[in-house]
Design a protein around this ligand. Structure first.
Ligand code: ATP
Ligand code: MG
Length: 423
């Protein structure tokens, strides 16, 4: 026997029993983004490697060690997208959407990072990303955050997430801060963990992210990013806080929140949960006013975020927010006359579009068909025996209630299901 081929580690199948939760999440998000007037953009999953190197930054975790990069048959270096912002900016530039315009865009799909697979961290994962272009004022930063807060409420997970907020300031302010931080950390170099020692040279702000206890202790007395903010960024940050407060969105300021990517400036934020263990960030974003120019376009202010769908799906489950979702059909149609069964099912789908109707296929006796109806979790079995067919009737067996079977004229089905839906 030949050996079975398995899925790649860290890349998951999503089975029908779980995809109902995904559809719920995607459906709510789609509806909400539409309500806010955001337009969907769909980009390729593969881009030139340089796009990610130039946007995310050469010395970030993603570019240093997480990208799926390969040569195509022309010898060109391509990469499976590790995130969506770079491709979105590339597409926006390429189609003239960005310069001197306001754009509110969103996308969804798989992202790829070569990470150590664990709960909430995979090699193929999915994001919904939202990007806005052409607005420099903090009202749009606030809108994005208010939008996510509404989404959490609609999904039923608002009690499980909190908002962390920070400002990275202008490039110049960040450079000043970086110098001060390097200065301080160099004095304590020996007490830093190995990763942080390396980052001290390559990407010192990332040291603030370190989970190492020794490094954490050193960081307690490190210079504070917020003390280095330039006047404009300080003002922007204060206005953002005022807008959020007025909108009733609570937040915690976390001066150590720096985010992993190079392109952020001013606002950065994360929605975090304690309900999922270590992989607690379900949504993260910030402002990236310099990126469009960095990728060859005209200077364009921009701010966006991405949410991790796998983590949200896990959270929906933990929060008990998806108990009402069931892949079970409402109705299972049972008959030894396949033609009659198909026909009744069709009529029912036309008359009551909201109903999930499963028509038994594959033959077999009534008893076996009834067992199927029960196994799939249907609420009603609709039975078409010889006498029902002759009299244009149908019998209804209540599979989840202690109720006597009834027989109706087929013309009464629509009313019956209208009533049972409201019951
Ligand atoms: P982390 O610190 O958890 O590695 P990140 O800063 O690398 O996250 P972003 O690039 O900001 O993540 O991506 C936005 C969101 O996408 C994250 O907050 C998270 O919810 C999700 N995400 C990122 N990487 C993964 C992954 N490997 N598996 C599952 N979800 C992920
Ligand atoms: Mg990461």
């Amino acid at each position: 026997m030949s050996q079975r081929i398995k899925a790649i580690r860290g890349m998951n199948d999503i089975l029908p029993k779980d995809s109902t939760v995904w559809q719920f999440l995607e459906g709510r998000a789609r509806q909400l983004l539409n309500q806010y007037g955001y337009g969907e953009i769909r980009m390729p999953i593969v881009e030139y490697t340089d796009l990610f190197k130039r946007s995310i930054g050469e010395v970030t975790d993603i570019v240093e060690k997480e990208m799926y990069t390969f040569e195509d048959r022309n010898g060109e270096s391509l990469t499976l997208r590790p995130e969506g912002t770079a491709g979105c900016v590339r597409a926006g530039e390429e189609h003239g959407l960005l310069y001197n315009q306001v754009q509110r865009l969103w996308y969804t799909g798989p992202m790829f990072r070569y990470e150590k697979p664990q709960k909430g961290r995979y090699r193929q994962f999915h994001q919904i990303g939202v990007e806005t272009f052409g607005i420099a004022t903090p009202d749009i930063d606030a809108e994005l955050i208010i939008l996510t807060a509404r989404l959490w409420r609609e999904l039923g997970i608002a009690d499980h997430v909190t908002l962390q907020l920070n400002s990275l300031g202008s490039n110049a302010a960040r450079a000043n801060y970086r110098a001060a931080l390097v200065d301080y950390l160099t004095q304590h170099r020996a007490q830093l963990d190995e990763d942080s020692q390396r980052r001290l040279e390559s990407n010192p702000l990332r040291v603030l992210d370190s989970k190492d206890h020794g490094t954490q202790a050193i960081l307690k007395d490190a210079p504070n990013l917020l003390d280095y903010l330039d006047e404009e960024s300080r003002e922007h940050f204060q206005q953002l806080q005022a807008l959020l407060t007025a909108a009733g969105v609570a937040f915690d300021i976390n001066p150590r929140l720096v985010r992993g990517l190079d392109y952020y400036c001013k606002t950065v934020f994360e929605w975090v949960t304690h309900s999922l263990g270590a992989q607690g960030t379900v949504c993260a974003g910030g402002r990236y006013d310099g990126l469009v120019e960095q990728l060859g376009g005209k200077a364009t202010p921009a701010v966006g975020f991405a949410m991790g769908m796998e983590r949200l799906v896990l959270l929906l489950d933990v929060a008990g927010a998806v108990k009402h979702l069931s892949p079970a059909p409402d109705v299972y149609v049972v008959s030894e006359d396949a033609s009659a069964a198909l026909l009744l099912s069709e009529n029912l789908r036309s008359q009551v579009p909201a109903l999930k109707v499963l028509c038994h296929c594959g033959g077999g006796k009534f008893k076996k068909q009834m067992k199927r109806a029960d196994d799939v979790g249907a609420r009603f079995a609709l039975i078409l025996g010889e006498s029902e067919i002759q009299n244009r009737q149908v019998s209804i067996k209540f599979l989840r209630e202690a109720r006597e079977q009834i027989t109706l004229d087929q013309t009464q089905l629509k009313t019956f299901f209208a009533d049972s839906a409201s019951a």
